[in-house]
Design a protein around this ligand. Structure first.
Ligand code: ARG
Length: 462
């Protein structure tokens, strides 16, 4: 048998070099090595419990596994070119330490199929905890900016056109809530991930009387799977993690797009901190929003990983198929990308310097108070359809004269329509418009302050 390959008895010759190169996965599955050793320790306990290891063998295996874990952690044991995968490499390492008589007992009653299905869940549980922590930091950065700038009005846009004045804080928090929902998604997935496939063996379970629930508990899972075929062959939870990563990518990309827009010279609502932007090799004046652009760019990659993985899973017959090895690179990549991206986004958001005076002067521009004119008429019992028309006429009147609604004099108001009078002018202020939107979820300052408190409370409770 070739070293580091866990089969061979029924083969007259080993795989060709090309076959081996195709099959080999240590270049990406080695990151699961310590988790595999934790699984092995739990499995050794199960074998001992079932009377399949003597006390001496069990002690030797347990010691050997700990020693190998120390070597792996220190970087003193690594895969060799002849190792097919992480499991083969580790068995080679254990055999070197303990000899084949003891090391060769560990493989009883388990298969790489249940091992790998368990390891990917263990890895995801840790990676998703780290993702949650990073998301919280970013949400806090958004909340802190919302708090620091509370009361600053800015233009609210739909279709990218001036729509209504809103608070900058309201807009910033609108980017925080989707990330809170991503935290919820992670929490939901974590409960589904807390079920261990170990003990399913190749597909039907094991004949050796091992206790999969004990192994599950030892590995920090709350239970073992109900169905060994499902346990070894499903990767829906990996796909779900890839979806969450893609959704986070989309959420970050939308935030990124706003930051890029705000920092354009023409808009100038905000300026990036030097340490979170880059320059140009040729144009000395440039300050580029690369963090935000990379966020926008990586969203595509994260969606691609999800689409690729789901396409791999589609149409696979039960139970384990080697296609399933293709789950690892996309999910590792998605979570690796977010590991570098989210802290950078938090840094960029946290250090963004807003220009309140600039936003305030723009907040009412582009006839953004037209809805308020119509609403003022509705309060005087004019039907909204008619009020909409009158406000529209006011916009047309102003447009023809190159002025905005806020520039109208009492005389001009009367000229536009008999149903309008100067009392309507009293609603034509940016902050009047903002504070008037005072239902729950609205942009009025007290509502946004409450919203901010609820956001912070919901973060503390997650
Ligand atoms: N490297 C494989 C994977 O990632 C491990 C399981 C392989 N099982 C097998 N029977 N070849 O899915």
């Amino acid at each position: 048998m070739t070293q580091g390959v866990l089969w061979g008895g029924r083969f007259a010759s080993g795989p060709t070099e090309v076959m081996f190169a195709l099959s080999k996965s240590t270049q990406f599955d080695w990151r699961l090595a310590l988790l595999d050793l934790r699984g092995s320790a739990a499995h050794a306990n199960a074998l001992h419990q079932a009377g399949l290891l003597t006390d001496d063998e069990w002690h030797a295996l347990t010691e050997g596994i700990s020693e190998l874990a120390r070597l792996v952690e220190a970087g003193d044991f690594t895969p060799s070119p002849t190792d097919e995968d992480v499991h083969g490499a580790l068995e080679r390492g254990l055999t070197d330490l303990l000899g084949p008589d003891v090391a060769g007992r560990l493989r009883a009653g388990r298969s790489r199929n249940d091992q790998i299905a368990t390891l990917i869940r263990m890895w995801l549980r840790e990676a998703l905890d780290a993702l949650s922590a990073d998301l919280r930091d970013l949400i806090r950065a958004l909340a802190d900016q919302a708090e620091a700038n509370l009361g600053v009005a800015m233009p609210g846009r739909t279709h990218m056109q001036s729509a209504q004045p809103i608070l900058l804080s309201h807009h910033l928090l609108a980017h925080a809530w989707p990330l809170v929902r991503d935290l919820d998604r992670i929490q939901g997935l974590q409960s589904r991930l807390s079920v261990s496939p170990y003990g399913s063996a190749a597909l039907g379970g094991t004949t050796l009387g091992l206790d999969p629930v004990a192994v599950a508990h030892e590995l920090g899972f709350s239970d073992c799977v109900e169905n060994s075929i499902d346990g070894t062959s499903s990767r829906d939870l990996v796909a779900e993690a890839a979806y969450i990563a893609a959704q986070v990518g989309v959420d970050l990309s939308r935030l990124a797009e706003d930051v890029i827009f705000w920092c354009t010279q023409e808009v100038s609502y905000a300026t990036l901190a030097d340490e979170w932007s880059t320059g140009s090799s040729i144009m000395p004046q440039k300050k580029n929003p690369d963090v935000a652009e990379l966020a926008r760019g990586k969203a595509g990659r994260l969606i691609g990983n999800l689409a690729g993985l789901m396409t791999t899973l589609k149409g696979l017959p039960l139970a384990y198929d080697r296609d399933l090895q293709e789950d690892k690179e996309p999910i590792f990549d998605s979570l690796d990308q977010l590991t570098v991206l989210i802290p950078a986004m938090a840094g960029m958001v946290g250090t963004l310097r807003f220009h309140p005076e600039r936003m305030e002067t723009q907040a009412g521009a582009g006839f953004a108070l037209a809805t308020d004119v119509a609403d003022a008429l509705v309060r005087r019992h004019v039907p909204f359809a008619r009020a909409h028309e009158i406000a529209g006429e006011a916009v047309r009147y102003c447009e023809a004269r190159g002025i905005d609604l806020t520039d109208l004099t009492a005389d001009q108001v009367g000229e536009i329509s008999g149903e309008l009078d100067e009392s309507v002018l009293s609603v034509l202020t940016v902050h009047g418009a903002v504070e008037a939107r005072n239902g729950k979820g609205g942009t009025a300052t007290p509502r946004v302050r409450e919203q901010l408190e609820r956001l912070r409370t919901s973060l503390a409770n997650r």
